[in-house]
Design a protein around this ligand. Structure first.
Ligand code: MG
Length: 402
């Protein structure tokens, strides 16, 4: 049996006008997606932008819409509707979560780049997959919180989940053409985030500004904090195990401070295939949009002689207890990862708001998880109920800290 390919085989044919929706267009993934679209347009691989969504930065949304001329946009709050409609008179303006669902279901949409942050990405992902539309997933939370449901939706309609997160994208590329039974484990690389090499006792007083200073990747604030706690890596363990149908214990994390090797796959004969490239999301985004073909990239190729040397080390689970918590949630499966994701979103928001300390993020997550009664194979309503319950529990725990 071939290794699970969330994409299916891919047929290699690409019309020059596939319709794309960019969700979260003013965030880090969104902005990089436009660099990629620009680059592809120069190579006659242009995608037609059907719709854009933005949770904030309305002026930037308007600029992007003037440039890419979508037929619809979606904004987060109704207060911005008048401003956006006046600036974009030819554009249909949707709003809120219903608007996100409507956007991915518009006629002429072939692929959705999901650059949303957090749980808000779940329902539009399900709506897109249900319609048979491929989703290029940078937003890992939908898979973490509702992996079974997301994969079921894709399997039923034949839609594909195209990994955009750099590590699953790297694994997917290493696995193409390989057989499942030949894989012994997936090796997920982690930069170690802002505080790698720092003792846990030194982290009690660190500020959001320090935690937001990622050594190698430039990303949005939520994922940068998740990198500093290694929760992002733990979520990627769950994400990879779902996408490639292996147990979380077959996914090993290795610290790799240069972020040049984006992940690796080990086979039963001991061979390891690695994916190397620049530390830039343009590469996995472009691959998701052009696969199985490749087009010239927007960046200069990696110069290995300039990189010089690469380092790998085992993560210290005592230093990064969030990683162990994610393995535990991944083993339990069912509704447990959804509870952990929701608690973590609340805890990170509280840390960024200065309400709790950096180490409290883990304590909050652990407290909520210890109270959660897991359910097997939850449906969407159950997942949303668990999400709401875990947020409430997290907030009441947070209130005891401040
Ligand atoms: Mg990643």
């Amino acid at each position: 049996m071939q290794a699970p390919d969330p994409l299916g085989p891919g047929n290699g044919s690409r019309s020059s006008q596939r319709g794309v929706v960019v969700l979260g267009c003013t965030g880090s993934i969104g902005e990089t997606t436009f660099q990629v679209l620009d680059n592809l347009a120069k190579q006659d691989q242009s995608l037609h932008v059907v719709a854009l969504s933005a949770g904030g930065r309305i002026e930037r949304l308007i600029e992007l819409a003037e440039l890419w001329r979508p037929e619809a946009v979606c904004i987060a709050v109704p207060e911005d509707r008048q401003r956006v409609q006046t600036a974009l008179p030819d554009c249909e303006v949707f709003c809120g979560e219903d608007g996100l669902r409507a956007l991915v279901q518009l006629d002429g949409v072939d692929v959705i780049v999901n650059g949303l942050v957090g749980a808000v990405g779940l329902e539009p992902t399900l709506a897109a997959l249900e319609m048979g539309r491929d989703v290029a997933m940078a937003n890992k939370e939908p898979l973490v919180m509702a992996g079974g449901l997301v994969l079921d939706h894709a399997n039923k309609s034949g839609a594909r989940i195209l990994p955009v997160d750099s590590e699953p994208s790297a694994m997917w590329q290493c696995l193409r053409g390989e057989r499942t039974q030949d894989v012994s484990r997936l090796i997920l690389t982690a930069s170690g985030g802002a505080f790698r090499g720092r003792a846990r006792s030194e982290l009690k007083q660190v500020t959001p500004e320090e935690a937001l200073h990622h050594p190698t990747w430039s990303m949005g604030p939520k994922i940068t904090i998740d990198s500093a706690t290694l929760m992002n890596k733990g979520f990627e363990v769950i994400e990879a195990s779902l996408l490639f149908e292996l147990s979380v214990d077959d996914v090993e994390v290795v610290l790799h401070r240069e972020s040049i090797v984006h992940s690796l796959v080990e086979f039963v004969d001991g061979a390891i295939l690695a994916h190397l490239g620049r530390t830039d999301m343009a590469l996995p985004i472009q691959y998701a949009l052009t696969e199985p073909s490749r087009c010239a990239g927007p960046l200069a190729p990696l110069n290995l002689a300039e990189v010089g040397s690469l380092h790998f080390e085992a993560p210290d689970l005592a230093e990064f207890p969030g990683l162990a918590l994610c393995y535990e949630a991944g083993r339990l499966g069912g509704s447990t990862p959804a509870a952990l994701n929701a608690a973590n979103e609340e805890a990170v928001a509280a840390f960024l708001a200065g309400e709790v300390g950096f180490l409290d993020i883990h304590s909050i997550n652990e407290t909520v998880l210890s109270k959660h009664n897991g359910q097997d194979a939850p449906d969407l309503d159950s997942i949303l109920a668990v999400d709401a319950w875990a947020r409430g529990q997290a907030r009441s725990t947070i209130s005891t800290y401040s």
